[in-house]
Design a binder for this molecule. Structure first.
Ligand code: PLP
Length: 393
């Protein structure tokens, strides 16, 4: 069966060029980057080359890039590292985040709250945007850190980070952004955005799972999460994941090329064609996050009177991989916290699907999806009591 993968926000394939760059570092060039002998020095050179490539993507200095095991670790390092929760100083410090963050931020923030940090969670408007005014009025004397994501993983909605960071700084707080879903999709200039900390994850940008980085503005001291050797300038102990880091570096170079060729515009056209095709071909559908700026590859659509889970499974049986707007936690399908925070009803949240295209998605694939979806949705709806009673009214 032909397989069409429209779940790039969950993870992306490792591009052949990335794999090719990584392979020698498993078998021939496998040194420990901390060793002083030749193989060690070659490994060090490869890590530093990758650091320069990631820095070029984020328009920052190589020394400002800390390699981690992924987005979750980068987010945790930013929050725990900046607030230093183990020390007495952190008690009573104020952290501001938002209700649309990934759980890597939300759960870390809640843990900080349990350890004595005061937490404010900002709510977005119906389009999913955190307004600068809401941040301004949440700022307090003791606000030490603000963490708001750059692009949302479920809706693709882009936040006004530059403005938000400026407000945090006016109030004397640091600003972190989770840019996991923005890296490789949007131009990111850490300095221009005015952020102090910025997280990225390799597997959302065609590098392997278990790789990532945190941008740490020069001069900012972070308390590490891990204690051990003095790797990563004492900001992240542990022998570097050499092949993974090389892969992330190569992926960053490819992302830079991709962004410079204008191909994201082509991807946005494909996404728009998918979106308008579904809206026109399937009754009672609407966009979640409409009216906001969104990354080019993502659309989150509501299919009234349908269980997202049933649609995900039915499409999977047809070879199409998409994701429910619902987060599957501990086996239970909860309505998406992101869509609920935007003020959408639990019913609408449970009836929403995320399509996230990748750089390799083709016109042909979108045609096939547009043919399949109306037929699958109409079949599922004939089985749905909610749809039957809605149609009968
Ligand atoms: N932040 C966002 C916005 C994400 O989408 C994800 C992954 O889905 C993460 C953080 C976590 O990244 P990782 O899977 O690399 O730990």
């Amino acid at each position: 069966m032909r397989r069409i993968y429209l779940d790039a926000n969950a993870t992306t394939q490792v591009l052949p060029e990335v794999l090719e760059a990584m392979l020698p570092f498993y078998t021939q060039r496998f040194g420990n980057a901390s060793s002083i002998h030749q193989p060690g020095q070659q490994a060090r050179a490869a890590v530093e080359h990758a650091r320069a490539s990631v820095a070029a993507l984020l328009h920052c200095r190589p020394a400002e890039v800390v390699f981690t095991s992924g987005g979750t670790e980068s987010d945790n390092l930013a929050l725990f590292g900046a607030l230093q929760p183990a020390s007495e100083i952190a008690r009573g410090d104020h952290l501001i985040s938002s209700a649309v963050e990934h759980h890597a931020i939300l759960n870390a923030a809640e843990e900080l709250e349990r350890r004595g940090v005061e937490l404010t969670v900002l709510r977005p408007d119906r389009a999913g945007i955190i307004s600068p005014e809401s941040l301004r009025s949440a700022m307090r004397q003791n606000t030490r850190l603000v963490s708001i994501m750059l692009a949302n993983n479920e809706t693709g909605v882009i936040q006004p980070i530059k403005e938000l960071a400026a407000i945090a700084h006016e109030g004397g707080a640091l600003f972190h952004t989770d840019a996991v879903q923005a890296a490789g999709k949007l131009e990111i200039n850490a300095k221009d955005l005015g952020v102090d900390l910025l997280s990225i994850s390799g597997h959302k940008m065609y590098a392997p799972q278990g790789t990532g980085a945190l941008y740490v503005r020069r001069g900012l001291h972070l308390r590490p999460l891990l204690y051990g050797g003095s790797h990563e300038r004492q900001r992240r102990a542990g022998t570097e994941n050499l092949p993974g880091i090389v892969g992330l570096g190569r992926a960053a170079e490819l992302a830079q090329e991709y962004l410079q060729t204008g191909r994201p515009r082509k991807l946005a056209q494909l996404r728009d064609r998918l979106e308008t095709g579904i809206l026109a071909g399937v009754p009672q559908t609407e966009i979640n996050g409409e009216g906001a700026d969104r990354v080019a590859n993502t659309t989150n659509l509501h299919f009234a009177h349908l269980e997202a889970e049933a649609l995900v499974i039915a499409l999977d049986l047809k070879g199409i991989a998409v994701s429910g707007g619902s987060a599957c936690q501990s086996g239970a399908t909860d309505p998406s916290h992101v869509l609920l925070a935007m003020g959408l009803s639990p019913e609408r949240s449970r009836a929403s699907i995320r399509f996230s295209l990748s750089r390799t998605t083709t016109d042909d694939e979108i045609d096939a999806v547009l043919t399949t979806i109306p037929e699958v949705v109409s079949r599922l709806r004939t089985l749905s009591p909610a749809w039957k009673s809605a149609v009968a009214v």
